[in-house]
Design a protein around this ligand. Structure first.
Ligand code: 5GP
Ligand code: ZN
Length: 148
């Protein structure tokens, strides 16, 4: 099958998101089940910007089975509701980059869940730098909103 070029391509041993899944790298987790993990983006476009990834390493959507792709977006949909509730957002974006040409910087499949406000409408969003206390508080609020 055709593969998409990515200069960031690495195996599971060196992959940042595999390290987060294994607990070898810290992250602000907001949701986890047997197959998927969600955690705050370290360099968010907005407060609550979350990444949802399969625990199993694969570079792009093309590396996943169809039911796993469905499961990934179902997990992202659940996470989106908690992210919107916790942040008071008025909308959200799913962004899912595949391949270097699409700006995929981490070569492990993931869906961005980016909460947005009306003030963001029609504007380019810039990366924020939130301090660790604010990241932890945001993750905690999302985890609370995830609770059944
Ligand atoms: P991509 O461009 O591959 O779709 O997005 C990768 C995202 O991963 C970026 O938004 C970037 O800020 C985020 N990221 C990169 N390294 C780390 C990390 O070590 N921890 C976390 N939580 N996010 C990361
Ligand atoms: Zn990986």
């Amino acid at each position: 099958m055709k593969r998409l070029f990515n200069s960031a391509s690495v195996g599971p041993d060196r992959c940042i998101f595999c390290k987060i899944v294994r607990g070898d790298l810290p992250s602000n987790k907001v949701y986890e089940d047997a197959h998927y993990l969600a955690f705050l983006d370290i360099n968010p476009f907005s407060k609550g910007h979350t990444l949802v990834c399969p625990k199993e390493h694969g570079e792009t959507i093309w590396d996943m089975k169809e039911d796993e792709i469905g499961g990934l977006f179902l997990a992202a949909s659940k996470v989106s509701k908690a992210v919107v509730e916790a942040t008071g957002a008025e909308g959200f974006r799913f962004v899912q980059n595949n391949g270097e040409a699409a700006n995929q910087a981490v070569a492990h499949v993931h869906v961005h869940v980016i909460p947005v406000m009306m003030e963001h409408k029609g504007k380019t969003m810039n990366r924020l730098k939130l301090d660790e206390a604010e990241m932890q508080a945001t993750a905690s609020a999302i985890r609370t909103a995830m609770a059944p």
